[in-house]
Design a protein around this ligand. Sequence first.
Ligand SMILES: Nc1ncnc2c1ncn2[C@@H]1O[C@H](COP(=O)(O)OP(=O)(O)OP(=O)(O)O)[C@@H](O)[C@H]1O
Length: 256
Amino acid sequence: MSSESLLKVTDLSMRFGGLLAVDGVALEINPQQVVSIIGPNGAGKTTVFNCITGFYKPTAGEILFNGDAVQGLPGYKIARKGMVRTFQHVRLFKEMTAIENLLIAQHHHLNTNLLSGLFKTPSFRLSEKKALEQAKYWLKKVDLLDYANRLAGNLAYGQQRRLEIARCMVTGPQLLMLDEPAAGLNPRETADLNELIVGLRENEKISVVLIEHDMKLVMDISDYIYVVNQGRPLADGTPEDVRAHPDVIKAYLGES
Ligand SMILES: Nc1ncnc2c1ncn2[C@@H]1O[C@H](COP(=O)(O)OP(=O)(O)OP(=O)(O)O)[C@@H](O)[C@H]1O
């Protein structure tokens, strides 16, 4: 086993009653890599995400994050270890402002001590100040600084999606997992997303795993791609390898 991998998933399976939704999936993500998981609708991609990020307890398999086994741990514990995610559907606090969403994410993540908050100790004030700086930094990165005080629910859809990424990033993750980040975005917004993800790898030096149906985006930004079909691994490789793989072409053209 490579000791350098950030995330290593082996023989992952997830059964729902009689349905084996994920069957023997393996993934390896290295530091500072953008990796995509692709496959037809219902292939099991989101289920793989849910297992890795602690939303489902996998039926079988090993998930090592920085060498620690995390399979079966609850999501909040996995998030505190530095693996955070977005969902297919926007999940923001819509009645809170953009900046409040980013501040509360840091409180949840740091599990700020209630007493130090009540007494506003110097260390509490310092962490509040840092949280605010961090929130502003990420609002700027996702081009939402001018919307800091706008209710999240009143932002345009593309802005809400960017705010979700910022909400993940304020917690300082090593691995960001994005479930269909380009869904519903227009071409301009998708181009911005492309730039944002590449910037996360180059400037923040984190790894990003995405489930995505937009093949142009996938082929543009991925260092490596895993293809799943009917819950099983179908192929993996560089964008060039995957694009030319006969089984991938078959699966996407719907041939049996
Ligand atoms: N909680 C659940 N209970 C029962 N079956 C489920 C559950 N979640 C997913 N499934 C089933 O598992 C299979 C894989 O679904 P999943 O959502 O992981 O696929 P996907 O590749 O993410 O699809 P899409 O690209 O359409 O989002 C599907 O047949 C789905 O109906």
